[in-house]
Design a protein around this ligand. Structure first.
Ligand code: MOS
Length: 724
């Protein structure tokens, strides 16, 4: 039996606050943690498959053109080689989360250097890898394609454009104004687990073990790619070693494994190399962002301008949504926002952790620091002064809003000095020391979700959905939610995820996972509670379930009388999304030291204060924030994709050359979670948490670099050469 819930109005009287056990929010360790640290959690490439062949992808060595022929003979003559698959479905790229929108590419067309064009299959991985290197591919090369985003006439994304009032006039009349331009470089998702798939056919039925974030969506992508019915496909992805956007959509390893397994009549495993993941999965676009901000004599914003240039392949719909939070974070009645896309032939640009705000917020918040100095106002005070009552463009109220509290509580905990600020005031030996801060914002989204909850006759419960846990804590929070609602200890709730044989979840993406699937589980559990209440002849709120018993003392097992009780919860975002602007908010504070001789920056300490609705588990939520702040350090100081200007190929495609912060780069980080319930954000009053922790943090570091050393840097990452 399915219970449907479409949220159309705020849910003020939420059951979770009335439950007796207090399991929700508890800082429980991850239920799958032991399996992960003991190596018994099964990742995509590790599923046992009898007689499995090994596939290695071959990628293009041209930027643009057509594959005219592939000479397979030399490869096929090599030891252990079974097949070379160059099915055009491999080269016709309909993957990467853009299946509906991807350009209809011509067969065998190459659009970027490093694009997969064939698969070599052998008995062992080493044999396949060796043969892949010996494959001779002939191309028809198209010369002179654009590779530099600054050298082409970009397209305007019209739905992002805002012209409100007269910004140029406001700037000219303003008491204080800044007009500054920032650049950010491309970023990689750099998930620890590379993309991998094992495909296995049983007649016309296909099973693919893969590492994917959104099985609900990936199954239709795969069905499209293979021209199959979804009912004939099963996708399994129980553990995912990080995704960060790179596994939102299917990519060539899954399609290639399925095609090869079909052709060979035996299972095929395809694991991408680290370099392949970097070079052909997707990149975050580089950006150029112009910020125009102006205030009256009191520091109240009168004008707000944010224009951004990003890039992608011709025809790709995704455009890094740089302006997402700029539309509502601060006031200013004269507004000018515009997003443009340059069409170039670097690899596909797509979603990388916190698409939009991850780079838009650092630029905006660095510009706010310049404005604070210009206006002679403290940076915290400038932000507090400019928090709008409602969305300044659409006039919508905010679903909930804790920016002011985050700024105040964060400043207090950090020991922020609200006095006048001047750069280069503190030197310790060869290091200049300084502080900086920034706001955080990341839009809140929810997505349709289904989950089945079964209360078993033995008094335990099972939660089933194809939702994934990408390391974020989904297994744990769903055990907590069902445990809380059904009066069970979370360790009596088995959570079964990552299998399309279960009801469709929302997938893990855009920070919508917990609020969306949590709401589906909540709806299912509410229906179970109603059934139990009716059996006991009490009102549902009076059930008082705890420790496996109802208030009357009767055990759940007795109430069930030997029969399982199952309900499917179906949550759908309702009209409410049109009535409110919903976002997580927060504040970052950082202390850095800058070496006066080398320009090297070290982060001494950093703190984030966040308000993002109900916290379902304080440990997993905090871990998400720590991860986000760590990304902020990377955006600020080290992370940059480097492209060869001659052919657009990525030249730093691994973790040795693309520098993510490592242990030594990350100091003690503090996280404050400001108590908040958001009745309009989701039925469980939770908002998105995952990505907020990296949305603006890089600016706190940039602003601290200025305060420490006096260097105003306008290009991220702020490497020593730029700081000196
Ligand atoms: Mo996220 S970039 O939607 O995984």
């Amino acid at each position: 039996m399915t219970v449907h819930c479409k949220q159309d109005k705020p849910d003020e009287a939420n059951r979770l606050d009335q439950m007796k056990q207090g399991v929700i929010g508890k800082p429980l360790p991850r239920v799958e943690g032991l399996a992960k640290v003991t190596g018994t959690a099964t990742y995509a490439a590790e599923y046992p498959a009898d007689n499995c062949a090994q596939g290695v992808l071959v990628t293009s060595t041209i930027t643009r053109g057509k594959v005219t022929s592939i000479d397979k003979d030399a490869a096929l003559a090599m030891p252990g080689v079974i097949a070379v698959i160059d099915d055009q479905r491999l080269t016709t790229r309909a993957a990467q989360g853009t299946a509906d929108e991807a350009p209809q590419q011509q067969p065998k067309t190459v659009c970027y250097w490093g694009q997969p064009i064939a698969l070599v299959v052998a008995e062992t991985f080493e044999q396949a890898r060796d043969a892949a290197k010996h494959l001779t591919v002939d191309y028809h090369v198209e010369e002179g394609v654009p590779l530099d985003p600054d050298a082409v006439e970009p397209e305007e994304q019209e739905d992002e454009t805002v012209h409100q009032g007269d910004l140029a006039h406001a700037m000219s009349e303003a008491a204080h104004s800044v007009d500054v331009t920032y650049t950010t470089r491309g970023h990689a998702s750099a998930a620890m687990e590379p993309h991998a798939a094992i495909a296995q056919w049983d007649g016309d039925k296909l099973t693919v073990y893969a590492s994917l974030q959104m099985l609900n969506y990936n199954i239709s992508e795969l069905a499209d790619a293979l021209d199959m019915e979804e009912d004939d496909i099963r996708l399994v992805s129980r553990f995912v070693g990080g995704g960060f956007g790179s596994k939102l959509g299917i990519s060539e390893e899954a399609v290639a494994a399925a095609l090869a397994a079909k052709e060979l009549g035996r299972p095929v495993r395809v694991v991408m190399s680290r370099q392949q993941v970097f070079q052909c999965i997707m990149r975050r676009s580089e950006t150029t962002q112009r910020l125009r901000l102006c205030t009256d004599a009191n520091g109240t914003l009168t004008g707000f301008g944010h224009e951004a240039l990003v890039s992608n392949l011709p025809g790709e719909e995704f455009a890094e949504p740089v302006l997402q939070s700029s539309h509502f974070l601060y006031g200013g009645e004269n507004r000018e926002l515009m997003l443009k896309v340059a069409r170039i032939h670097r690899m596909t640009a797509g979603s990388v952790r916190a698409p939009g705000e991850a780079v838009g917020m650092p630029a905006l918040e660095a510009a706010m620091d310049v404005l604070a100095e210009e206006a002679g106002i403290g940076p915290v005070e400038l932000r507090l002064k400019n928090i709008p009552e409602k969305n300044p463009e659409e006039g919508l109220p905010f679903s909930s809003h804790k920016l002011a509290e985050c700024l105040q509580q964060g400043a207090e905990a950090f020991g922020w000095d609200h006095g006048p600020r001047k750069p280069r005031q503190t030197r310790e030996g060869e290091w200049w020391v300084g502080t900086g801060m920034a706001s955080a914002a990341r839009v809140h989204n929810v997505s349709e979700a289904k989950a089945r909850v079964t209360l078993k006759a033995d008094g335990t419960a099972v939660v089933e959905t194809d939702m994934t846990d990408i390391g974020t804590g989904t297994y744990t929070i769903l055990a907590q939610l069902a445990g809380e609602m059904l009066g069970l200890s979370p360790d009596h709730v088995l959570v079964d995820l990552g299998d399309t044989q279960h009801p469709r979840g929302p997938g893990s993406g855009g920070s919508w996972g917990a609020a969306s699937i949590g709401s589906a589980v909540y709806v299912a559990c509410t229906a179970i509670r109603e059934e139990l209440a009716s059996r006991l002849g009490v009102e549902e709120p009076d059930l008082n379930l705890s420790d496996g018993k109802a208030a009357s003392g009767k055990s759940i097992a007795d109430i069930l009388d030997g029969k399982d009780l199952a309900r499917e919860g179906h949550y759908e975002p309702g009209e409410i999304a049109d009535d409110y602007t919903a976002s997580g908010f927060g504040a970052f504070f950082a202390q850095v030291r800058v070496n006066r001789f080398t320009g090297e920056t070290r982060v001494d300490r950093m703190l984030g204060a966040f308000g993002f609705g109900r916290v379902l588990n304080h440990t997993t939520a905090r871990s998400q924030c720590l991860g986000g702040i760590t990304w902020s350090i990377g955006v600020a100081l080290t992370e940059a994709l480097e492209f060869d200007p001659r052919d657009g190929h990525l030249v730093n495609p691994d973790l040795a050359e693309y520098h993510v912060p490592v242990h030594r780069d990350v100091p003690d980080l503090d996280v404050i979670m400001v108590e908040e319930r958001d009745p309009a954000a989701s039925p469980i009053q939770a908002k998105g948490i995952g990505e907020l922790g990296m949305c603006g943090g890089a600016a706190a570091i940039a602003n601290a670099i200025y305060n420490a050393s006096g260097a105003r840097v306008f290009d991220f990452p702020m490497t020593p050469d730029r700081v000196l």
